[in-house]
Design a protein around this ligand. Structure first.
Ligand SMILES: Nc1ncnc2c1ncn2[C@@H]1O[C@H](COP(=O)(O)OP(=O)(O)OP(=O)(O)O)[C@@H](O)[C@H]1O
Ligand SMILES: [Mg+2]
Length: 438
């Protein structure tokens, strides 16, 4: 017996995503772009070919739309021998051996434990507050056995969710397995008179003074919800290409267990020149920092915990570096100086991850102690922000004067064996004995 299944044919905006060779794809689109529809077509096709698919959505309500359509489209095949539909488990089994399971992410930190998939789809990823953690701890591991693919589908809701920073990282091409796609509602050619409809919505938004919301909902650009202590417009106003003038000041945030070492340079006008983001053992990290920052220009470097011996070693190796110890108070003051610089347009910043990290910044006030804390979303890093803030501190303390000249410095240690030993020594080994927090 044969049955006929119809799957939606893709509109051109969906097709370009489908044709892209990346293993992990992130779509940040306007509403009604056809994200869910594309996900459904892809999930169904994968399962019909015998693949295993995990579908994830932020709440039960969001899973229902996809579940119902998947069942509607695939029921005829699932009713053949070897097929099964389980409403209870939200699980479709196909005679091909293919499988689709639908999961809600709400309160489900162990989602899909014990499963392995060829494809995972995360619908409405812009609404998942702990997306980065869930991805790393629960969803990505399901792809290891089968070298599976992933598809993140989302419209942003404010800038304070991990989706935006993950999207920026994918967009920057840091990892060639990842790709990022923008999509506007107007690109959904299956909606009748879409161009006219969107033009009208834009006019309405202009009249009401709600254009940022229009850009978020129809073009996938995060809107300011008032929770960012800098303001998204102020951040976007200082995003610029790298300055071609020489660097005069450096800021370095050192990697901790899970994040990156980030190096940012500023020129004599406070405009960013270079940014480097990497992970390595301490020996190669020190050598790279010395290569990048040299021995004449001032550097301010995170010297918290394990940073302290790194800064010491680099000082001995000739670097003009000063340590900065992060505490709740010093971190806050450092960020506030950066905020003032951004508001005064005294600095320019890189787009991409740095911009996304700054846009994801939030503020918490303790009403009892009146203490202010700057936070990033769950599972996210602040290493680009900190590197930039340290560079700004370095610039404003040491380079922001009209008669500033790089200082000529002697290099007592660089040439001999001691210098080599200092750079090669691995602080990880020396300090791991000190336990957590280093
Ligand atoms: N390839 C397609 N073929 C036919 N119709 C499509 C296709 N893609 C999208 N559509 C239609 O466009 C509309 C929006 O699609 P869909 O619900 O997938 O968008 P979405 O981006 O998930 O929207 P939302 O942001 O509301 O979740 C729906 O009516 C859907 O049927
Ligand atoms: Mg949808």
């Amino acid at each position: 017996m044969s049955v006929q299944i119809t799957l939606p044919s893709l509109h051109p905006g969906q097709q370009r995503i489908e044709d892209h060779p990346a293993r992990h794809k992130m779509l940040r689109c306007g509403r009604r772009y056809g994200k869910t529809k594309y996900g459904i077509a892809k999930a169904a096709k994968t399962a019909l070919e015998g693949g295993k698919v995990g579908w994830f959505a932020p709440t039960f309500k969001y899973t229902q739309e996809a579940w119902r359509e998947l069942v509607r489209r695939l029921r005829p095949v699932c009713e053949l021998e070897g097929g099964r539909v389980s409403e209870q488990d939200k699980r479709l089994e196909l005679p091909s051996g293919g499988l689709i399971e639908v999961w809600t992410l709400e309160g489900n930190e162990d989602v899909a434990r014990g499963r392995d998939y060829d494809l995972v789809i995360i619908d409405e990823a812009g609404l998942v507050g702990n997306l980065a953690t869930l991805w790393e701890a629960a969803i990505e591991p399901t792809l290891i056995d089968r070298e599976g693919q992933s598809l993140f589908l989302g419209t942003p809701k404010g800038a304070r969710t991990p989706f935006n920073v993950m999207f920026a990282e994918a967009e920057m091409g840091v990892d060639p397995e990842w790709a990022a796609f923008h999509g506007k509602t107007v690109d959904n050619t299956t909606i009748k008179n879409v161009v006219e409809k969107i033009a009208k919505a834009k006019l309405r938004a202009e009249r009401r003074g709600t254009l940022p919301l229009f850009y978020q909902e129809y073009e996938g650009v995060p809107a300011d919800d008032g929770s960012n202590p800098i303001g998204l417009a102020a951040i976007r106003a200082v995003v610029a290409e790298a300055s071609k003038r020489p660097t005069v000041a450096w800021g370095v945030d050192l990697a901790r267990a899970v994040d990156y070492t980030v190096v940012t340079g500023l020129d004599q006008l406070g405009q960013w020149t270079e940014q480097h983001r990497f992970q390595n053992d301490w020996g190669p990290t020190k050598r790279k920092l010395l290569d990048l920052c040299g021995t004449t220009l001032p550097v301010i470097m995170d010297s918290t915990g394990v940073g302290s011996p790194i800064v010491d070693d680099l000082q001995l190796a000739g670097m003009n570096v000063e340590g900065f110890v992060f505490s709740r108070k010093s971190r806050g003051a450092l960020i506030e100086d950066l905020i003032t610089a951004i508001h005064g347009k005294r600095i320019t910043i890189p787009g991409g991850i740095t911009q996304a990290e700054l846009e994801s910044l939030g503020i918490e006030r303790n009403s009892e102690t009146n203490f202010t804390k700057y936070t990033v979303p769950d599972g996210m890093h602040d290493d680009c922000i900190m590197s930039l803030a340290l560079a700004w501190r370095c610039f404003s303390y040491y380079a922001d004067t009209p008669d500033w000249r790089p200082e000529k410095r002697e290099l007592p240690w660089m040439q001999d064996e001691d210098g080599a030993r200092i750079l090669e020594s691995d602080a990880d080994a020396e300090f791991s004995a000190l336990g957590e927090g280093w």
